[in-house]
Design a protein around this ligand. Sequence first.
Ligand code: ARG
Length: 638
Amino acid sequence: VSLLSQIGAGPIPSIAGEPPVAHPLHRPIDIYRAFVADILARVAGCETPVVYESLQIPSNPVNGDLVLPVPRLRIKVKKPAEQCAEFAAAFPDNHPLFQKPVAAGIHLPFFFAPLSLPRLVLPYIFLRQQSYGNDPDVGLRNHAAPDQGRKKVILEFSSPNIAKEFHAGHLRSTIIGAFIARLYETMGWDVVKVNYLGDWGKQFGLLAVGWQRFGSEEELAREPLKHLLDVYARINKAFSPEQEESKKARDEGRDTAEIESRGLFAERNAFFSRMEAGDQEAMALWRRFRDISIDRYIATYARLNIDFDEYSGESQVNKATIERVESILREKGIYEQDKGSWVIDFEKLGSKGLGIAVVRGRTGATTYLLRDVAAILDREEKYAFDKMIYVVSTEQDLYFRRVFRTVELLGRPDLAARLQHVNFGKVIGMSSRLGNVQLLSDILDQSREAMHDVMRRNEVKYAQVDDPDAVAEKVGISAVMVQDMSGKRINNYPFDINRMTSFEGDTGPYLQYCHARLNSILRKAGLTKQDLVDHLENRPDGLDANVLGDKSHATDLLRLMAQYPDVTAMALKTLEPSTILTYLFRLAHQLSSCYDVLQVVGAEGGRDVMVARAALYEGARLVLERGMRLLGLDPVER
Ligand code: ARG
């Protein structure tokens, strides 16, 4: 209110709606929207939320800060262009927040009054600091009584398979999943991060058989994940002729039961049966492998600033729940026997394209599908979630449709409606480009080394970095992550180590460079953050565009900075990291065009100009930092 009154504007008009439609305390552009809605609703004779919801942010800033496509108001009595001209004429000439709008056909574009940007938007950002872009009201369960709790989302992501390679699909799930988890947190939701390990199934029987032949306690202690991978690879090799034989038989329509009743098939199945029966010795070995793996994972995820609330996994699904699922399926006549296994024929039940799925195998073993369905019921009971999101590659699109459909068939469409599969495309050529990578730690190590090589190429700058290893680690991780988050999730992309580690183009190192450069401004100017705050508080006029210097550069930068909370709100809809990243690159490009025009050290006009510009850059740095952290990037200081 006091910021608004300083520029001669009254209090923010309220927009009706429950839950509240406008969030002016979290999104500065909502202040502008509220004023426009208030003015035009009166002229148009409609409700304020109708105008509010119709306002859009043009993708190109030359078309305005906001635009009203008049047909969106659905006013039948007048032609849209006529109505638009009327709106323009009725809008006040000297509104403190807007330049006088000029109709463009059926569109009414609004440009923010340049003075309002440094006087309103910049202090708005400074007042919020680390919470700029957050909107805790979104996750409120009851807006009238905010203390009655928040909505809860379960984010299931990463979910590697024990004793198997951590492949690019797991990497993407980790990066995208952690982003979505952070996004929900900033929007006030309670978030439970779950890692659903592939820690059950016949392959564990095979791993145990391999351990008896090739296992070494010494190796296991030294490099547990590598050793388990190695043991599994060796036993799998020995097993593959038998697998081929069985596959061939199946392809020829012969019965495979006999083949699978001997050799490694039999050994594997016997061990896994012991596990499913809860045999102590079998379980002890399995638990050891699981615990050691989780231990190593925790350490590696920490390099990405990720921690999980729960390491669950296929093994953790309640047996009783599995039985309950099956008995409901049987009761409802959905479950069918087919050559000794239990299946669901989705096609027959009206779900075109879902085919037939085995739910319990011929050997009596539970399947991936059965475990997933039961896990949903377990989690509902444990967490009473409002929403559950699975971040898994598009290769499992069909699979998740089957899982969700099965939940519906159990008679729980209400529960199925709370489930969402967030998918993503492939990474092409990661292992061949990076060399020997099988573990998450390999991927991160190799990226750090590649980054370190690039850094060494600039000797002068390299010499100025205090701890090059630590910087290479952070920037190398940013390189991998930004490459992954640049496009739409669904797109495949080639793993390109040269491009991703480059300081030029829209890369992770470039964003880190931008942050480090902004960070150096205060240091070089000999100013503290407190100097800026004092200036903002005591000299509001000292921020006016003419003090900041060249009008359009500072104004355009501030216009962009004002959008950040709208961008995070949009990201909650798209669940696309690229929504944030694209914005950050626009911000970075705008910044780089400002440096020559809006110098801080040695600025003409003395200390006032210097401090005002330093405040502008510090505000931009804050926005950049918020966005980077939301994406999971750890901004470097130098
Ligand atoms: N472990 C699985 C894999 O590596 C991913 C698990 C996905 N989550 C699930 N609930 N099925 O393919």
